[in-house]
Design a protein around this ligand. Structure first.
Ligand SMILES: Nc1ncnc2c1ncn2[C@@H]1O[C@H](COP(=O)(O)OP(=O)(O)OP(=O)(O)O)[C@@H](O)[C@H]1O
Ligand SMILES: [Mg+2]
Length: 237
């Protein structure tokens, strides 16, 4: 079991995916239990589409996001990536998390935050890197002046833009957006959703957009899956 690469018309296809966590119950940690965080999910994401995933807190959305991003291995089932689209799991699939206060290292300047993925993946030459960083910053609506500042000097909405720039600098094919606007107030939510739509068009991306809020997902998704207790309970097209 695990990740399989093969040709498919979808960018990614998930078949009967399961993730169970073993947990200890009771204060004396004698009893063992299992949490079925993802319990038999099947779905398929077509190229260029936005698949919305909604559900209550604890229904397994973030666990599914982590499985899709290859951060944790499944207990059972398959994730089939289209090998023409996704050749490097850690570069081609990027995850944006809910809390931009936690996802940016407070000890790094924006310049280093944006440069780091290029260095790790050994992309572009030194002198091209700067222009790539500046260009990406502009694409998410920030300017060059931000580069020498620290994450603490930015608002939540600006930090989410920086997170997006950091993800997009790797030219991924597919973004998993886990509650990307949930920590923002309403006007900022609208702004970031508009930005996400533009970036998707400009960079030819596919999205999985996760939220507990159906009205937010409706603004961006082509199809919506409702998740409940680790399972898909409904599809809205
Ligand atoms: N590493 C882990 N070990 C044990 N249980 C876990 C682990 N990660 C998640 N869980 C459990 O799996 C279930 C699903 O969690 P998950 O974070 O995927 O939910 P969610 O839908 O993202 O919720 P929220 O809307 O609050 O973010 C929860 O019961 C959670 O406690
Ligand atoms: Mg979550």
């Amino acid at each position: 079991m695990g990740q399989v690469f093969e040709m498919a018309s979808s960018i990614v296809e998930v078949k009967n995916l399961k993730k169970y966590f073993a947990v200890e119950r009771g204060i004396f940690k004698k009893a063992k239990g299992v949490i079925k965080a993802v319990d038999g999910v099947s779905l398929s994401l077509k190229k260029g589409q936005t698949l919305g995933l909604v559900g209550k807190s604890g229904c397994g959305k973030t666990t599914l996001a982590r499985l899709l991003g290859g951060i944790i291995p499944p207990t059972a089932g398959e994730i089939i990536y289209n090998s023409q689209e996704i050749s490097n799991l850690h570069k081609d699939i990027q995850i944006i998390f809910q809390n931009p206060y936690q996802s940016l290292n407070p000890k790094m300047r924006i310049w280093d935050i944006l440069l780091e993925p290029l260095v790790i993946h050994r992309l572009s030459r030194n002198r091209e890197r700067k222009s790539r960083v500046v260009e990406m910053l502009k694409r998410v609506g920030l300017d060059e002046e931000c580069l020498l500042r620290w994450p603490i000097q930015f608002s939540g909405g600006q930090r989410q833009r920086i997170s997006l720039a950091r993800a997009l600098i790797l030219e991924p094919k597919f973004l998993v957006l886990d509650e990307p606007v949930s920590s923002l107030d309403l006007t900022l939510q609208v702004e970031i959703i508009e930005l996400l739509k533009n970036l998707k068009r400009d960079f030819n991306l596919s999205y999985i957009f996760i939220s507990h809020n159906l009205s937010v997902v409706r603004q961006i998704a082509d199809q919506i899956y409702v998740m409940d207790n680790g399972k898909i309970s409904e599809k809205i097209f």
